[in-house]
Ligand binder design. Structure first.
Ligand SMILES: NC(=O)c1ccc[n+]([C@@H]2O[C@H](COP(=O)([O-])OP(=O)(O)OC[C@H]3O[C@@H](n4cnc5c(N)ncnc54)[C@H](OP(=O)(O)O)[C@@H]3O)[C@@H](O)[C@H]2O)c1
Length: 298
């Protein structure tokens, strides 16, 4: 009898942590097939070619998929493409890894939220219907910036983004408040936010959305994590600006950043939880260092 293949989509996978997650997934489980998402088809094909140059044995298990998480049509086209590859299976996907993301330096708050939060929402809306019922997984690559941001927010904002009954409408309300504050040049701190931190806000919202999704899809395992502090094109400018090396700043190689996402994709996990870079459950409203005891709260 042939084995059922585990088809996995990784967004923003043409470089950095996403590319490392693709390689780690193919390496960890030879029943996986990976769709390497890239908003630019040339960068996607080139990333695929790079992996195949080192691992020609992955040729039949690795495909590039054009997917811009900021663009509704691109996300829908990508979902249609995956569905059309498996005409006999309405639920061909085992996992979706929402890795694509941008830093605060990449644009204004609207741009950052559009990729980091609405991008995850678009991908989940389009791809969750394709996930295997009962065993499918969603992995949201958030950041320790989410809990760190929330730890400095007013208690009502902390509650709004960590409550078990959080809704997408409730998350959007907070994002809209922040966008209005940015447009008006308002005082974020006076309104209870930890300053004008679009990136921290975006990742706190992704964690809240993870809770909401897990409640909406109890048959799936849906979690988020931080990959850790990883040297990539996103973080390298920090090293350059500080005059220190990435290593001196404590940044780790991309392969380390794939560890927690891989655990959430293939390992023994709960659902609706947030994990640290050591793949240990962590709180949503304060930073937990790797090695500290696991968070046991609700
Ligand atoms: N590095 C860290 O220390 C760190 C820490 C915490 C969390 N994270 C998170 O880890 C994830 C990966 O970051 P990274 O460090 O690997 O950064 P990176 O090297 O800059 O890679 C980001 C990836 O996201 C893609 N991307 C950006 N906008 C996109 C869009 N609209 N649609 C599809 N793909 C898009 C990029 O594609 P292009 O090549 O086309 O730009 C790239 O493939 C992000 O969610 C980031 O927030 C990173």
């Amino acid at each position: 009898m042939s084995r059922k293949l585990k088809a996995v989509l990784v967004t923003g996978a043409n470089k950095g942590i996403g590319l490392a997650i693709v390689g780690a997934t193919l390496e960890a489980d030879d029943s996986t097939v990976v769709f390497l998402g890239s908003r630019d088809p040339v960068r996607g094909e080139s990333a695929r070619a790079g992996l195949l140059a080192e691992h020609p044995e992955w040729a039949g298990r690795l495909y590039a998929l054009t997917l811009d998480v900021a663009d509704d049509a691109s996300v829908e086209n990508a979902a249609t493409e995956i569905a059309s590859r498996y005409p006999d299976d309405p639920h061909p996907l085992y996992g979706v890894v929402n890795n694509a993301g941008i830093s605060a330096e990449a644009g204004d708050m609207r741009t950052v939220l559009n990729v980091n939060v609405y991008g995850v929402h678009r991908v989940c809306e389009a791809f969750i219907p394709l996930l295997e019922q009962g065993s499918g997984r969603v992995v949201n690559v958030a950041s320790a910036s989410g809990p760190s941001f929330l730890s400095r927010c007013r208690p009502d904002i902390q509650t709004a983004l960590t409550r078990a009954d959080v809704t997408w409408a409730g998350i959007e309300k907070i994002m809209h408040r922040c966008l209005a504050l940015e447009a008006q040049g308002g005082d974020f701190e006076a309104e209870g936010f930890a300053g004008e931190s679009s990136y921290g806000l975006s990742k706190a919202c992704v964690n809240a959305y993870t809770i909401n999704l897990a409640r909406s899809y109890p048959d799936l395992r849906i979690n988020s994590c931080t990959p850790g502090y990883i040297e990539t094109d996103m973080t390298r400018p920090l090293a350059t600006a500080s005059g220190s090396s990435a290593d001196e700043l404590g940044m780790k190689p991309a392969a380390e950043g794939a560890k927690a996402p891989l655990h959430l994709l293939l390992g023994d996990v709960g659902t609706g939880w947030y994990y640290g870079s050591d793949a240990v459950r962590s709180p949503l409203d304060r930073y937990r260092s790797p090695g500290e005891p696991a968070y046991e709260g609700k």
